[in-house]
Design a protein around this ligand. Structure first.
Ligand SMILES: NC(=O)c1ccc[n+]([C@@H]2O[C@H](COP(=O)([O-])OP(=O)(O)OC[C@H]3O[C@@H](n4cnc5c(N)ncnc54)[C@H](OP(=O)(O)O)[C@@H]3O)[C@@H](O)[C@H]2O)c1
Length: 354
């Protein structure tokens, strides 16, 4: 479909927090007017549904659009279709991604401050560009910010099939760091293990098999652990950390609290830390640091060290088509073991390709 800036933009919008299928509706927005000083017009191509987006619509995330009339979506890639005066760094035809959260990417087009967007090269491909802002920089920052790791060191993580987890595996491998990866029991266990190993995972196992599989692997005890699940899965990672190791919690997919084993704290002096990319990390980095992190991820894609996640695309607002297609995106996102990042596709079915 055409989403020229002159078209009427459409967006998923909510007025009060709630479950996405209840709270959101697809609405027409006012037609775009020429961009003012420092502004650009963006035509969106692909915008993911990340867990933090769901939490945002539910009213459980600290960063959210202004309500009523808020457009969710913290991540996505858009094409610059018009540039106002006093804009530098972005030109018509560029692909741009947000460096500031809560820009509202679940829309076909809009007018935005250019300073909140960063150009990314088309040669990394649409899937990489659409998903570059949040999960790969989280993996990179967590590998760099807590412990000085050197080649041969080991990190452990749960939720290894997450977009962050897959980026951790690949960035670690590029640095000679070994990964111990916990995943949930699943029907497609063999295929999932093979997929993560192909990305560079050294060990892929479950909570139940971890102790035996780690012993058999001969891998050294990890100094650093990443937790995006909570509950028993957090304890499982904590339990195998080396003396003085650090568990970094960055997500809570199971909705269970992180409980620390007493022995791990007393006998191994394990530390518990937290990481938040869009909050503390972003503030510390400033705009220049955030742009530099994105450029570092682009370089990883270009070097072949990173592969883009699989996408499961759903049209946001097909003209003359199924106006409720966006609803199926949320049904798909709720499925366990989906193995792909659900995105709203505004590119017209593969348009905007590299
Ligand atoms: N703090 C930060 O700065 C930051 C940045 C990025 C992401 N995050 C957080 O990191 C987490 C992962 O995000 P993502 O975008 O990478 O995820 P994603 O690609 O959407 O994948 C979701 C992951 O969570 C697992 N999962 C889902 N429900 C679960 C449950 N009830 N128990 C255990 N595991 C469950 C899935 O396992 P299956 O494959 O088995 O379904 C999958 O590994 C989220 O909590 C997100 O909010 C935080």
């Amino acid at each position: 479909m055409s989403t020229n800036a002159s078209d009427t933009p459409r967006a998923l919008v909510y007025d009060t927090p709630g479950e996405p299928l209840d709270a959101l509706s697809l609405r027409e927005l006012p037609a775009l007017t020429p961009p003012g000083p420092g502004q650009v017009h963006l035509r969106f191509l692909s915008s993911p549904i990340n867990p933090s987006d769901i939490n945002t619509v539910q009213g459980k995330y600290p960063l959210m659009p202004t309500l009523p009339g808020g457009v969710p979506g913290h991540e996505g890639v858009a094409e610059v279709t018009a540039v106002g005066p006093q804009v530098s760094g972005l030109s018509v035809g560029d692909w741009a991604v947000p460096i500031k959260p809560a820009q509202g990417t679940w829309r076909t087009a809009g007018t935005f401050p250019a300073e909140h967007w960063h150009a990314v090269p088309r040669d990394i491909g649409l899937a990489a560009a659409a998903t570059i802002c949040i999960n790969p920089p989280t993996a990179l920052a967590m590998l760099e910010n807590f412990i000085a790791l050197k080649p041969g060191d080991t990190v452990a993580q749960n939720g290894a099939t997450s977009a962050v987890g897959e980026a951790v595996i690949q960035i670690a491998r590029a640095r000679g760091i070994k990964t111990i990866n916990l995943i949930r029991e699943r029907p497609d266990m063999e295929a999932t293990v093979a997929r993560l190993k192909a990305l560079g995972a050294d060990l892929v196992t479950t909570e139940e098999r971890l102790k035996d599989d780690l012993k058999a692997s001969g891998l050294p005890a990890p100094k650093l652990g990443f937790n995006c699940v909570g509950g028993n899965a957090a304890q499982a990672v904590t339990r195998i950390l080396a003396d003085g190791g650090v568990l970094v919690t960055y997500g809570g997919m199971s909705m269970q609290p992180v409980t620390a084993g007493t022995a791990a704290m007393i006998f191994k002096d394990i530390s518990f830390r937290g990481f938040w990319l869009s909050g503390r990390w972003a503030e510390t980095q400033g705009a220049d640091g955030r742009r530099a992190a994105l450029d570092a991820i682009v370089a990883l894609y270009r070097s072949g060290a990173l592969q883009a996640p699989q996408l499961a695309p759903f049209p946001l607002a097909p003209s003359g088509g199924d106006a409720a297609a966006w609803r199926r995106a949320f049904e798909h996102v709720a499925q366990a073991h989906r193995g792909a990042k659900v995105v709203f596709d505004m590119s017209g079915g593969g348009g905007g390709s590299a």
